[in-house]
Write a protein that binds this ligand. Structure first.
Ligand code: SAJ
Length: 410
């Protein structure tokens, strides 16, 4: 039987929490840490605070296995770091602040070759050029006081549990003596293949997965712009093209949001500006889409000779369907582009987003629809299908191609 390890998962967000829960189901002893007091309180009173199919069941299984949730780090054999790595909006550089903070707090807990696994997305070269030197300044030597590995997550919000258990995983580690231990950790729940490589290759592979998707979505979006100019249905053209055995064009839409696909490619652009023409252009195409939605709204108002104070209801604030995450969402990008004065004519509704994140955000779909002359569908939440009948006498712009009765598609 494999050795039982004590594992501290640090950062209990979309990735950290499910990972800690899945690990707790296996043979290891689990502590989940987050500096958000309210989150820890809620977990300790057996409440999960984000909607994800299957997560609740997993949570209660982990509780039975005595998982502990705490605000502080706990001395362990393994530390798995799953804190956010946002990017700086102006310079596009990665912001490692949260990781540095965790490493600093780990200083007095690390013993002979404690294993640190970074699951957070980091740009290629981060461990070698930034984290190892940071640890050295703290007086900690790589491969003596600790060993570091990079095991980027690969899970899709909305299908998180299935992908957590079934996706293959990339694991970057430069010290091969750690492979057995890391295998015992991830194979305790993952049915996917564990692909070991060096750290820098693992860092790059994660970024290019999301960059690949960004470029492909940008292609679909550019096709939409072309087809609209040609006055043909882009969805039909894509459907036909996709019959080719080696063509699989993605779906155009109102833009790309989320903390992954709309962020990670910038790390490459920021660090290799001369080599990333295609990647940069794809980002620009996707970033243009919310503005294109806004232009379309203006055109509808003009073509229909509507008043300048026509009320516009935007359905959807999250970055995609059935998640409550609104980071970098196309709707938030659109809001940034609306003139301050015109903003008072816009209303926003999202059944999954309870905190107030913008002006004129409504929490009742009936009031929202009543207030609006034009409704713009930005996100295809499951809730939408139940309420489409309310839109019947409204002018509807559908950016997701989900409402056959819509007056306009993007
Ligand atoms: N989108 C389109 N058209 C499409 C597909 C997506 O416009 O055909 C938009 C979505 O509406 C959304 C954005 O792109 O705004 C991103 O959504 P997504 O579902 O494609 O991906 P994420 O950001 O939820 O998760 C991604 C995944 N990466 C890849 O598929 C390569 C996931 O596997 C990663 O684990 C995750 O990023 C991450 O954490 O890096």
């Amino acid at each position: 039987m494999e050795a039982k390890l004590k594992i501290n998962v640090i950062g209990l967000g979309y990735i950290g929490l499910p990972t800690a829960l899945a690990l707790a189901e296996g043979n290891h002893t689990l502590v989940g840490t987050d500096l958000n007091k309210n989150l820890i309180k809620s977990l300790n009173t057996k409440k999960i605070n984000f909607p994800e199919p299957g997560l609740n069941e997993l949570f209660f299984k982990a509780i039975k296995k005595d998982i502990i949730f705490k605000e502080n780090l706990v001395e362990s054999d393994v530390y798995i770091i799953t804190v956010p790595t946002p990017h700086n909006h102006d310079t596009k550089e990665i912001n490692l602040h949260h990781i540095f903070q965790v490493l600093q707090s780990l200083k007095n807990l690390l013993k002979n070759k404690s294993l640190i696994i970074i699951e957070s997305t980091i740009s290629p070269g981060t461990i070698e050029n930034k984290l190892v030197p940071f640890m050295l300044e703290l007086g900690l030597k790589d491969s003596i006081d600790y060993v570091i590995s990079h095991a980027p997550e690969r899970i899709l919000p909305g299908n998180l549990i299935h992908e957590l258990y079934n996706n293959s995983r990339t694991i970057g580690v430069n010290d091969s003596s750690q492979i057995e231990k890391i295998t015992s950790i991830y194979s305790s729940f993952s049915k996917g293949e564990l692909i070991f490589t060096d750290i820098k290759t693992a860092e790059l592979s994660k970024i290019i997965e999301n960059t690949y998707r960004d470029i492909n979505i940008a292609f679909a979006n550019e096709l939409l712009l072309i087809a609209n100019e040609l006055e043909i249905d882009v969805y039909k053209a894509i459907e036909i093209a996709n019959k080719h055995p080696r063509v699989n064009i993605l779906k155009p839409g109102p833009g790309v949001g989320g903390h992954c696909i709309s962020v990670d490619p910038w790390f490459l652009v920021g660090e290799h500006p001369k080599l990333t023409k295609l990647i940069r252009t794809a980002r620009d195409v996707n970033d243009f889409m919310p503005k294109y939605v806004l232009n379309k709204i203006k055109k509808i108002i003009k073509d229909r000779d509507l008043k300048s104070n026509t009320k516009i209801g935007i359905y959807g604030l999250s970055y995609k369907e059935n998640v409550d995450d609104f980071r970098e969402s196309p709707t938030l990008q659109l809001i940034e582009k609306i003139d301050k004065k015109a903003l008072e004519n816009f209303y926003f509704y999202d059944p999954l987003i309870k905190p107030i994140i913008t002006d004129n955000q409504m929490d009742n779909i009936y009031d929202f629809v009543n207030q609006s002359d034009i409704i713009v569908i930005m996100v295809n939440h499951k809730d939408l299908a139940d309420h489409l009948k309310l839109f019947i006498n409204k002018i509807v712009l559908d950016t997701k191609k989900v409402y056959p009765e819509a007056d306009y598609v993007l």
